[in-house]
Design a protein around this ligand. Structure first.
Ligand SMILES: Cc1cc2nc3c(=O)[nH]c(=O)nc-3n(C[C@H](O)[C@H](O)[C@H](O)COP(=O)(O)OP(=O)(O)OC[C@H]3O[C@@H](n4cnc5c(N)ncnc54)[C@H](O)[C@@H]3O)c2cc1C
Length: 388
């Protein structure tokens, strides 16, 4: 058995765990990160790509902005496409100084792993059989690494291990409340080698269903189609995907996504989950380990960063000022934001996804008409989309 000691043991090297380890390092607090996947796998996962203004500001302020500011694509608007027309929601006019930045999660994770390396502190990749124990009194993380048992003794454990991790299930179920909602649709997502044909994201509601045009870089487009949760991805040839996208983005000005080789395709289910509270003793949950939002509002990654910035502040106040008040309010503070984001993501989802109900469809079109013609409604959308 190899025994180690640190101040904060972090489970999971996704955005939440890596941002937390970086913020703690900048505050002079030691941590060890354990991750059950390989470094390449963690970097290669294609997921989120929209950063809110507050996320960008936090990353830049903490020395993680160099490549983000150079290569990230700043967007001052999004578009809503329905009834054969595209409408702009102009963030620059509605919420001056606030925009979104398109920067792939895998780029961000690459930068975070590089920052962690530069700090000289470890991330253990490809660990096995992770357990979190004794977190009410004397926290420990145990795991196997290179065929040897390891134990980390720590003051706090940060459960940043996503929606299928071990930290949340280790908390006695009777002490947690879990709120869940499943949606009756999913997204078929593709990554295509095609230069974006729009500088802005385009959300579409069409009789045939929802579609989203987004991008990852000046040469790679990311597109999504509403589909059923049990859709067989193999039933979607490249040609069928492009034809369906063209049908759903149909509009009077002739704009269409540019076609290109499809590099990757997959189905993403949609659900909402909130775990309350986000703490048990000295174990703190953050990011997807504590909550999931449907991707329509582009919030999952941003929420994860917001959680760990509060957690890092609370842990720093504990070590540097002997205060526990911020640790005690951590869960409530996070949950206030989480529920506001659930509200917005749920609203975007119900606004833009097609059910078989014709009444609903007409009501959605009327709401889109309102959202794109009332300055108050557009401002509300812009405020929420660029970040509360
Ligand atoms: C398929 C998919 C597509 C998505 N698309 C979007 C999108 O388009 N827009 C958007 O805003 N959000 C999207 N999201 C959500 C967004 O990616 C997440 O909210 C974000 O990754 C949360 O970061 P996290 O660090 O909390 O969790 P994760 O990124 O899930 O990181 C958790 C880490 O913990 C590791 N781990 C798990 N179990 C263990 C264990 N037992 N021991 C050690 N390590 C463990 C995992 O391997 C992972 O590296 C998507 C999510 C998925 C799953």
């Amino acid at each position: 058995m190899k025994r180690m000691r640190t101040q904060v043991g972090i489970v999971g090297a996704g955005p939440a765990g890596l941002v937390l380890s970086h913020l703690l390092h900048l505050s002079g607090i030691d941590s060890i990160v354990v991750e059950n996947r390989s470094r390449d796998y963690v970097i290669g996962r294609v997921r989120a790509g929209v950063l809110e203004q507050g996320t960008v500001d936090l990353l830049v302020k903490n020395g993680l902005g160099e490549r983000l500011l150079r290569e990230g694509l700043r967007h001052g608007a999004i578009q809503l496409c329905f009834h054969g027309r595209r409408h702009r929601i102009d963030f620059d006019a509605l919420t001056p100084g606030r925009a979104i930045t398109v920067y792939g999660q895998n780029e961000l994770v690459t930068d975070l792993i590089a920052a962690r390396r530069a700090s000289g502190r470890p991330v253990y990749f490809e660990v096995e059989n992770v357990r979190v124990e004794d977190f009410d009194s004397d926290p420990r993380i145990r795991f196997r690494f290179e065929n040897q048992e390891h134990e980390i003794a720590c003051d706090f454990i940060a459960g940043c291990d996503g929606s299928h991790g071990v930290c949340r299930p280790s908390i006695p179920a009777e002490t947690l409340r879990i709120f869940e909602r499943d949606y009756p649709f999913a997204w078929l997502g593709i990554l295509a080698a095609a230069a974006p044909s729009s500088d802005e994201l385009v959300y579409a509601l069409h009789e045939r269903g929802f579609a989203l045009f987004s991008m990852r870089s000046p040469s790679v487009t990311r597109l999504y189609l509403q589909c059923s949760p049990d859709e067989d991805v193999e039933a979607w040839s490249d040609e069928r995907i492009w034809d369906e996208l063209a049908a759903r983005f149909e509009n009077g000005d002739g704009w269409l996504p540019r076609r290109g080789a499809i590099l990757q395709k997959g189905i993403t289910g949609m659900r909402s989950v909130v775990v309350e509270p986000m703490r048990r003793g000295r174990l703190f949950l953050a990011g997807d380990a504590a909550h999931i939002v449907p991707p329509t509002g582009a919030k999952g990654l941003n929420l994860a960063v917001s959680d760990v910035s509060l957690l890092a502040r609370a842990i720093a106040a504990y070590y540097h000022e002997g205060r526990e008040d911020l640790l005690n309010t951590y869960s409530d503070e996070c949950l206030r934001r989480v529920w506001r984001v659930q509200r917005f993501s749920g609203w975007m989802t119900s606004l833009l996804h097609r059910s078989s109900d014709e009444f609903d469809y007409r009501r959605q079109l009327a709401e889109l008409d309102y959202v794109t013609s009332s300055r108050a409604a557009m401002t509300s959308l812009a405020e929420n989309y660029t970040g509360l």
